[in-house]
Design a protein around this ligand. Structure first.
Ligand SMILES: [Fe+2]
Length: 127
């Protein structure tokens, strides 16, 4: 019997996240965003969030294969986007963020032109 193709077989379907953080594949290491941000922030005070792709393992940065953009959310609240030009900018972004209340975890999502969407989240507390 012929095996059916499903979304689970297609990296371009949905949003990819690592299956096992203790045993990341090279593909996952190249694509999962890394979020650097405080664990706790004060309400209505700006803080810095840095997001990097390829920190765990370098991702190609050439016209045929590159990171197109990084989006940052807090919960489902959109905070911003950084877009990149193949070979001329690196997939790292610094966002200055100010939150008045809890929305949920910080979520960084990136888009590779060949390997689709990848996302990670980081809890954040607002005092
Ligand atoms: Fe890629």
């Amino acid at each position: 019997m012929e095996r059916r193709w499903t979304c689970e077989d297609d990296i371009l379907c949905g949003i990819n996240t690592p299956k096992d953080w203790e045993n990341l594949t090279d593909l996952e290491k190249k694509h999962v965003p890394v979020i650097e941000a405080p664990d706790r922030v004060k309400k209505d005070e700006p803080f810095t969030v840095k997001v990097m792709v390829g920190k765990l393992l370098a991702h190609p940065n050439e016209p045929a294969h590159f990171i197109e953009w990084i989006d940052l959310y807090c919960g489902d609240t959109y905070l911003g986007r950084a877009a990149f030009s193949a070979g001329m900018s690196y997939p790292e972004a610094v966002f200055i963020v100010k939150l008045s209340h809890a929305h949920g975890p910080l979520r960084a999502r990136e888009k590779c032109n060949l390997h689709g969407l990848w996302e990670v989240s980081k809890p954040i507390e607002i005092e």
